[in-house]
Design a protein around this ligand. Structure first.
Ligand code: S3P
Length: 181
């Protein structure tokens, strides 16, 4: 199997990008990086605190810096924050850097998964009706997520199952094998 230079996992909050990424990196023998963690380490603060202290514009700029840091690095599974893909520059850079995989999640499932640690969700925690906000954000973001190279449904599946499915697609459909001469 020929592997892509990197695999990028994108999608809405609660899609399971981080837990799936860890499993997938193990399966592919790639390194794993989560851009939210990278930003937290670099700034010495949780994302929620960073939003509080510096605001969203600063955070979005940090997302760009995380992608710049990745630059020409290879053999990474990268999980990005749910909003990073909305930035044209980031999206274009990521589509050049590797295979971009959209992990799909329904609004109801995203809410079920994010409500357990709502204080760590700076955008949702400010809302009076987070489920309605999730529905609106998904409507706005899905046409952009759909620009990924491939998508997988996550509802009803464990991160391990999703990672296996992604790895099986690489194995069986050979999206990166060169055509035989
Ligand atoms: C965000 C998603 C979060 C985090 C930040 C903003 C978004 O990441 O980057 O709270 O705009 O969707 P996850 O998608 O990893 O939860």
């Amino acid at each position: 199997m020929t592997l892509p230079p990197n695999v990028i996992l994108l999608g809405f909050m609660g899609a399971g990008k981080t837990s799936t990424g860890v499993e997938l990196a193990r399966l592919l023998n790639f390194e794993f990086i989560d851009t939210d963690h990278w930003i937290e380490e670099k700034n010495g603060k949780k994302i929620s605190q960073l939003f509080e202290d510096e605001g969203e514009i600063f955070f979005r700029d940090q997302e760009k810096k995380a992608i710049e840091w990745l630059g020409a690095r290879k053999h990474f599974v990268v999980s990005i924050g749910g909003g990073a893909w909305m930035n044209d520059e980031i999206r274009t850079a990521l589509l050049r850097m590797g295979w971009c995989v959209w992990l799909k999640v329904s609004a109801e499932k995203a809410w079920q998964r994010t409500r357990v640690n709502l204080s760590q969700r700076p955008i949702l925690s400010k809302s009076d009706n987070p489920l309605e906000l999730i529905q609106a954000m998904l409507r706005e973001r899905e046409p952009y997520y759909a620009k990924a190279n491939i998508s997988f449904d996550t509802v009803g599946k464990s991160p391990k199952e999703i990672a296996n499915e992604i790895s099986r697609t690489l194995n069986e459909e050979h999206p990166f094998d060169l055509p035989k001469m």
